[in-house]
Design a protein around this ligand. Structure first.
Ligand SMILES: NC(=O)C1=CN([C@@H]2O[C@H](COP(=O)(O)OP(=O)(O)OC[C@H]3O[C@@H](n4cnc5c(N)ncnc54)[C@H](O)[C@@H]3O)[C@@H](O)[C@H]2O)C=CC1
Ligand SMILES: O=C(O)[C@@H]1CCC=N1
Length: 265
């Protein structure tokens, strides 16, 4: 089975890295194309996969074909490959905002098997999170096949298409907010005297551990927060400032802006 990637940027390389680390695909079974020779060469060297600048060559060979370019490049990329893809290839868009109906119209081949998914960059370290919705020609078995491929680098679940913009907000884009949170915590640790490297390590490990507690204890995040807040202690002072500064509202407003952008891309 050949897995093709059109576009070899941040998200595609995170997915390729995840699939290879997990042994879900062999490097010789992955082929990718990029706009520039420089990127094609760089990715080939990094992963030992086949790369080219010819999108059509990838489209012709792929049994599973990921469209991993920016949404604005979809019209030109699809126009260039639509006659080259095999009828039974599973075509998977990873773009924010591009609906199944858009893909159907752009390919103009009603028989094609179209899938939309929204992964995130933690795929690179096998902790990705991917939402998937499949078009009408895709069988349940094929959806399962795609889910197991995506699960090689994290969790993956089917979501109704109407929730795909929410997936962008809560997992596709959210690593950026989390990185900002880690960076801010580390900055203040540095301000208070901790060496920079150790500050990133301590901040990131605390986020990792907290996320694991939510996932593994089944306890409500509020209850877990309460367990950290000793009466009259240090944590509740920090919580009070975060509430005064509107942390929750800031996160919700930021996600709202993200979701709205995804809706109108
Ligand atoms: N970066 C992220 O965290 C996530 C990105 N996505 C989606 O992934 C897609 C790609 O995003 P990124 O990887 O962040 O972008 P990127 O800019 O890092 O990568 C895009 C790649 O596409 C290539 N490209 C551009 N035009 C091309 C063409 N005509 N033919 C072949 N390759 C071409 C570029 O050279 C570049 O390597 C977007 O649609 C985005 O919505 C989805 C989930 C998360
Ligand atoms: O910023 C973006 O548009 C993409 C989609 C989700 C994450 N990155």
């Amino acid at each position: 089975m050949k897995i093709g990637f059109i576009g070899l940027g941040n998200m595609a390389t995170a997915m390729i890295g995840g699939m290879l680390q997990k042994g879900m695909a062999k490097s010789e079974d992955i082929i990718g194309s990029s706009k520039t020779e420089t990127t094609a060469e760089k990715v080939k060297t990094k992963f030992n996969i086949n790369t080219t600048t010819d999108n059509t060559a990838v489209a012709e060979q792929a049994d599973i074909l990921f469209l991993a370019v920016k949404p604005i490049f979809f019209p030109e990329v699809i126009a260039g490959i639509k006659d080259a893809v095999k009828a039974d290839t599973l075509i998977i868009s990873i773009a924010a905002g591009r609906k199944l109906q858009y893909l159907k119209d752009a390919f103009g081949r009603p028989e094609l098997k179209l899938i939309r998914c929204m992964p995130n960059t933690p795929a690179l370290v096998l902790e990705g999170c991917t939402g998937v919705c499949a078009g009408e020609n895709v069988t349940e078995e094929e959806t399962e096949q795609v889910l197991s491929l995506l699960r090689s680098f994290g969790i993956a679940s089917v979501v109704p298409e109407r929730l795909m913009d929410v997936v962008v907000g809560v997992s596709g884009s959210s690593p950026a907010y989390v990185f900002m949170f880690i960076e801010a915590m580390a900055d203040e640790a540095v301000a208070a005297g901790m060496p920079r490297k150790q500050a990133y390590e301590f901040a990131a490990q605390s986020v990792l551990g907290s996320a694991k507690m939510v996932l593994e204890t089944g306890k409500h995040p509020g209850e877990l927060k309460d367990m950290v807040c000793s009466p009259g202690g240090t944590t509740i002072q920090a919580v009070k400032v975060l509430e005064e500064k509107g942390m929750r509202a800031a996160v919700m407003d930021a996600m709202d802006a993200c979701i709205e952008k995804s809706k109108c891309m």
